[in-house]
Design a protein around this ligand. Structure first.
Ligand SMILES: CC(C)(COP(=O)(O)OP(=O)(O)OC[C@H]1O[C@@H](n2cnc3c(N)ncnc32)[C@H](O)[C@@H]1OP(=O)(O)O)[C@@H](O)C(=O)NCCC(=O)NCCS
Length: 148
């Protein structure tokens, strides 16, 4: 069994976006604005030839830090059989390291409250109040990690 963290094309993320991210939500949208921008990175975990986790990293500043070069993490999802195994944390860490290496000063996301513990365990802090995301109808809170 070979596990690799790999760059993906935007369309490689659609299957897990549909089955994991959109499952049980008010949305079936699998394309995000900015998916095809030159600075956007799609990073995933492949086990043998199967994509088991996805993430998308857009260059976009957070509204609380308009002058700090920010990257927004979107569409983080891991197939259920691969959760709780460190796979998601390894992908998150790899993405954050890519951001740091590219000169980003912070990484942030609109995080689902249900996933909040995952992000906090992996170095993120919450910012501001909870809100309901208009696309999914799910409770969210912003999370942010300042990069040294
Ligand atoms: C969010 C996500 C990427 C985190 O990955 P993960 O591998 O589950 O992360 P962790 O191992 O840190 O576990 C996260 C939670 O799932 C629980 N868990 C552990 N093993 C699990 C398993 N085999 N299956 C499901 N959940 C499991 C953990 O106890 C933990 O619960 P807690 O947050 O209440 O402490 C993943 O759960 C996921 O894809 N969720 C659905 C999509 C989603 O919500 N994405 C985030 C959008 S902001």
């Amino acid at each position: 069994m070979t596990t690799q963290i790999v760059e993906l094309r935007a369309q490689d993320t659609h299957s897990l976006r549909k089955t994991i991210l959109r499952d049980g939500t008010a949305s079936d949208v699998v394309e995000f604005d900015g998916d095809d921008l030159p600075g956007t990175l799609h990073l995933g975990v492949k086990i043998d030839d199967q994509i088991v986790a996805i993430s998308t990293w857009h260059v976009r500043n957070h509204s609380d830090h308009p002058d700090r070069l920010g990257v927004q993490l979107r569409g983080m999802a891991t197939a259920a059989p691969h959760r709780g195994s460190g796979t998601s944390a390894a992908l998150l860490a790899a993405g954050v390291e890519r951001c740091r290496a590219s000169g980003a000063e912070l990484v942030w996301a609109h995080a689902r409250v249900t996933a909040l513990n995952f992000y906090v365990r992996n170095g993120f802090a919450t910012v501001g109040d909870q809100y309901v995301d208009a696309t999914t109808g799910l409770a969210h809170v912003d999370i942010l990690q300042i990069l040294d």
